[in-house]
Design a protein around this ligand. Structure first.
Ligand SMILES: [Zn+2]
Length: 184
């Protein structure tokens, strides 16, 4: 995996190339090794293994972790409206909070290429501002969560956003850790 690709996968772009010293490439095994140092929380470690090392096991564990968070919230906040199972919400957390949804305009590449004077000119995609990331429509989100569109719009749209914050916090933890590890 190149640093460019890793950066592409990192939404807030912590610019790992600027902290990696003379290294030009960060491979998924570098990431896996870096996760073993220090005291990263198990959830943040699973986040890293699932996202950058394509670990199915870590993805399953992370999804179980999200499921627990959702179940707790459902219980304490009495989120009952139209919810049949928390599985779909956990899947949305994986999809949007961990893997990231590709921008549908540039197909996740982050660049737009157009012709000018017979030459191909590339620039940052206007829709995603070069991040390559997109968003699911509310309709699609409701479908994945297996909740009716009306209930989704009225209750669940905002709730998903608050749930996603948990995933973003893990991501931040992980990025701080990786930056520190690759810096040494
Ligand atoms: Zn785009």
């Amino acid at each position: 995996m190149s640093i460019g690709l890793l950066n592409k996968l990192v939404p807030q772009s912590v610019a790992l190339d600027s902290v990696s010293g003379g290294k030009t490439e960060i491979t998924s095994s570098d990431v896996a090794a870096a996760l073993g140092f220090g005291n990263l929380s198990p959830a943040a470690c699973n986040y890293g293994l699932a996202k950058y090392c394509a670990s199915k096991l870590a993805a399953n564990e992370l999804m179980a972790f999200f499921n627990d968070i959702i179940k707790k919230q459902v219980k304490t906040e009495q989120w009952t409206q139209g919810l049949k199972s928390t599985e779909g919400l956990a899947q949305l957390m994986m999809l949007e909070g961990v893997y990231g949804v590709h921008c549908n305009k540039c197909k996740g590449r982050g660049i737009a290429v157009h012709c000018k004077g017979g030459r191909g000119i590339s620039k940052d995609c206007e829709k995603c501002h070069g991040t390559g990331l997109g968003a699911l429509s509310e309709r699609r989100r409701a479908g994945i969560a297996n909740i009716s569109s009306s209930s989704w719009d009225r209750h669940w749209k905002l709730r998903l956003n608050s749930l996603l914050v948990c995933a973003y916090e893990l991501e931040e933890q992980l990025h701080r850790h990786l930056k520190y590890q690759f810096h040494r």
